[in-house]
Design a protein around this ligand. Structure first.
Ligand code: FE2
Length: 444
C-alpha cells in the first residue's frame, strides 16, 4: 500500500475538509448525520422466492409479487387457510427488465382469491419453500393503516419497521421513496429482501417518489423501470392507465395514490382520471377519502420548499370539492401535521395535511423548520417514526404519530378526525359528487 508523505496527507485532509464544507453549504437545510445503507443478502436457492410482497387487488383479491433468479420457476401461488395445506392455486404473469449492465431476476405477479376478510392465509410461491402467511383486511370498520414515507434501507429503516411490526395493523401505505437504490439496481433487490418479513404479511400499497424515477439517457428515458416492474399496483383495476397513480377501496375507505412525478395539469391523463375517480366514490358507503402523494403541498420545513406547489395549484380544487379528509405526503424527512386547509388558508372543509417522510432514508433528517411557525402548522418534529390512521367507524378516525425512540404505546402526536360527510357546514345530504354539479360550483 502506498504511503503518503505528511505534506501530501495534510493537503489531502485540507481538501477533504473544504469539500465537506462546500457540500454542506450547497444544502439549504440541515440533516442528522446519515446512516449507511444495509445490504440484505440473498441466502436462498435460485428457485426459491425472494422479495415477496403482497398488494390489494379489488375487494376480495390479493396480488403476490416475488422474484426468482431461476427463470424456469412457474408464476404460481398455492394457498389455503391452514399451514402447508394448499387447496387453491393461481397462475399469473411475470416480467423482467434490463438496466444498463444489470438484468433483473424473473419478477412474478400472481393474483389470488376470492379471499375472505379478516382471515389468515398461508401461501407458497412457485412451488418452493418457504411458506408465508398474510391476514386480509376487515370487511368494515375499524381498520388500521400504517403510513411511512421515504423508507430507504438503513439502520433507521430497520428500527422503523421493527416498530411498525410490533403492533398489529391491516394495510401499509407508503407515499413514495422506497429503496433509495438511485440507479444501483442490486439495491432494489436488497430492499425487497429487507422488507419481505413485513410486506409478505400485510398488503403494501405504494406510490412513487423522486427516488423511483431513475432515468438514464437512451436506456431508460421515461424512468420508473425498476419501480413499475417490481411494485405493480392495482392501477388497471381503478381505471388508471399508469402504475404511477391509482386508487383502491378497503373497509369503507377510498385511498387515492397520486403521482407527483406524472403529468398532473388539467389536460393530463392523471387529472382526468382523478376527476372520474372522485366522482365514482359513493360517500354513503365509503365515507372516508384519503390521498397520498410524494412532494407535499403544504410544508414549513426549509427542505424541498415549493416543490409540490404546481401540483397543488392544479389539483387542490378537486380534492377540496370532493371533501377529501386527509392528505399524506413524504419527501421532506420530518413529521409535520397541519390543520384543515384550502388555498393556503385554514378551512373547515379542506383536508388535514400530514408530512410523514421520516421512515429511515440514508440522507438523514430535515432538521430546520421555518420561523416563526405558520398558524396552519400544528405539530412539527424532525424525528424518525411512523404514523397510524385507525378509521374507527363512519364518522371518526384517530391519527397518531410514533417515534422510533419510544415504545408504540407512546404517542408523540395525535388527533381525532371527523369525516367531512358528517359536517353540517361542509356536506349536505343532496351533495352531488358529480364535479360538474351546480351545488359544487356554487360553493367556490
Ligand atoms: Fe423524495
Amino acid at each position: 500500500m502506498k504511503k503518503f508523505s505528511p505534506r501530501v496527507l495534510f493537503v489531502l485532509l485540507i481538501t477533504f475538509f473544504f469539500l465537506q464544507v462546500l457540500l454542506q453549504a450547497q444544502d439549504d437545510f440541515d440533516r442528522q448525520p446519515p446512516r449507511q445503507v444495509i445490504f440484505t443478502p440473498h441466502d436462498r436457492s435460485d428457485s426459491d422466492p425472494q422479495q415477496v410482497h403482497i398488494s390489494l387487488v379489488g375487494k376480495e383479491h390479493m396480488r403476490v409479487s416475488w422474484i426468482t433468479d431461476d427463470k424456469h420457476v412457474p408464476s404460481t401461488v398455492e394457498y389455503g387457510k391452514e399451514p402447508e395445506v394448499y387447496n387453491a392455486k393461481a397462475t399469473g404473469q411475470n416480467t423482467s427488465y434490463h438496466y444498463f449492465l444489470y438484468s433483473s431476476g424473473k419478477i412474478h405477479h400472481v393474483t389470488i382469491g376470492p379471499l375472505e376478510p379478516s382471515t389468515t392465509y398461508f401461501y407458497r410461491c412457485g412451488g418452493s419453500s418457504p411458506e408465508f402467511s398474510f391476514k386480509t383486511p376487515p370487511p368494515s370498520f375499524p381498520i388500521e393503516f400504517v403510513v411511512v414515507g421515504d423508507l430507504g434501507q438503513t439502520e433507521w429503516t430497520r428500527s422503523t419497521l421493527a416498530h411498525v411490526g410490533s403492533k398489529d395493523y391491516d394495510v401499509f401505505l407508503l407515499p413514495g421513496d422506497l429503496s433509495y437504490a438511485d440507479t444501483l439496481q442490486p439495491l432494489w433487490d436488497s430492499f425487497g429482501r429487507m422488507v419481505e418479513p413485513y410486506a409478505s404479511q400485510r398488503p403494501w400499497m405504494v406510490t412513487e417518489g423522486n427516488h423511483e424515477i431513475e432515468t438514464l439517457p437512451f436506456l431508460s428515458r421515461h424512468g420508473f423501470k425498476a419501480y413499475n416492474s417490481r411494485w405493480l399496483m392495482p392501477y388497471a383495476e381503478s381505471g388508471s392507465t399508469s402504475n404511477l397513480y391509482y386508487s383502491f377501496q378497503v373497509s369503507g375507505t377510498h385511498i387515492i395514490m397520486l403521482g407527483s412525478y406524472a403529468e398532473f395539469e388539467a389536460e393530463s391523463d392523471q387529472y382526468k382520471w382523478l376527476v372520474n375517480d372522485l366522482a365514482k366514490v359513493d360517500r354513503k358507503k365509503t365515507p372516508w377519502i384519503v390521498v397520498l402523494l410524494h412532494a407535499p403541498w403544504y410544508n414549513t420545513n426549509t427542505a424541498h420548499q415549493g416543490e409540490g406547489e404546481s401540483m397543488r395549484k392544479a389539483m387542490e380544487d378537486l380534492l377540496y370539492k370532493s371533501r377529501v379528509d386527509v392528505v399524506f405526503a413524504g419527501h421532506v424527512h420530518a413529521y409535520e401535521r397541519f390543520t384543515r386547509i384550502f388555498n393556503n388558508e385554514a378551512d373547515p372543509c379542506g383536508p388535514v395535511y400530514v408530512t410523514i417522510g421520516d421512515g429511515g432514508n440514508r440522507e438523514g433528517l430535515a432538521l430546520t423548520f421555518k420561523k416563526p411557525a405558520s398558524p396552519l402548522s400544528l405539530y412539527r418534529e424532525p424525528t424518525f417514526g411512523h404514523g397510524r390512521l385507525r378509521v374507527v367507524n363512519e364518522t371518526h378516525a384517530h391519527w397518531s404519530w410514533h417515534r422510533n425512540n419510544d415504545s408504540n404505546a407512546v404517542v408523540a402526536d395525535e388527533v381525532w378526525l371527523q369525516s367531512l360527510t358528517t359536517s353540517k357546514t361542509c356536506w349536505r345530504d343532496d351533495f352531488d359528487q358529480n364535479l360538474s354539479s351546480p351545488h359544487l360550483k356554487d360553493e367556490l
